[in-house]
Ligand binder design. Sequence first.
Ligand code: SF4
Length: 267
Amino acid sequence: MNEIQKEFLEILADVRAHLEYQRALGVKSIEIGSQDIQPPTAQPAAAVYTKKQTVAAPAAPPVVKEPVKTVAAAQAGQPATLESIREEIGDCTRCKLHKGRNSIVFGEGDPKATILFVGEGPGFEEDQQGRPFVGAAGQLLTDIIEKGMKIKRAEVYICNIVKCRPPNNRNPEPDEVETCIVFVKKQINVIKPKVIVTLGNVPTQNLLGTKQGITRMRGVWQEYEGIPVMPTFHPSYLLRSPGEKKHVWEDIKLVMAKLGMAVPEKK
Ligand code: SF4
């Protein structure tokens, strides 16, 4: 028997002696815990461990979704703009004209225009294109501006008292005008033109709060909220009554003179 065998027998004797000692104390079995022989496992990075306690790592802060800001919300408390007015109109159903419209004709031109032309409402072409004064009457108005006044149409602003086409091109009814006129008034407030030209009875009477007809009103300076207003005939009337063009030209010359523009001798 070599030294290693001797040492092994001594260890066995020690173990037996220890076990007999435990049995004498009443111990009937000795458990070996499985955790004692398990290899250590990797710890989750998101947890903090103490001796016998696992403490959850601090929770990530909740994700707060930014509310979607509309133009109106973003500009709440800010001065109105043409964009915010258009957003306010939205897909408007405030009056019965919405039922037959194809598009809302808001208006177009220079937002800082010196001259604002206001008509009564969109016609067929305007409703189709979503732009004011683009039909035959619109071409005549464009000629008045570009050939008569010698300025570009894009330099003025053009809109209507109601933004949706009345059926069969009838005049807008009082309840429709009353509902929609608030928007043209807001447009005027934003644009702040030096002169407003009202085209025909509907914008003239409703903007100025008068029952007088356009034949008596045209060519005579009026005022809306401190802004000079020149009433004149609607271009669609001129298409039916071309002999009246000379009166419109007289009215337009008054506008040009008021603004210090060079007035051509002849149209
Ligand atoms: S006419 Fe004016 S108030 Fe009436 S539905 Fe059109 S945008 Fe609205």
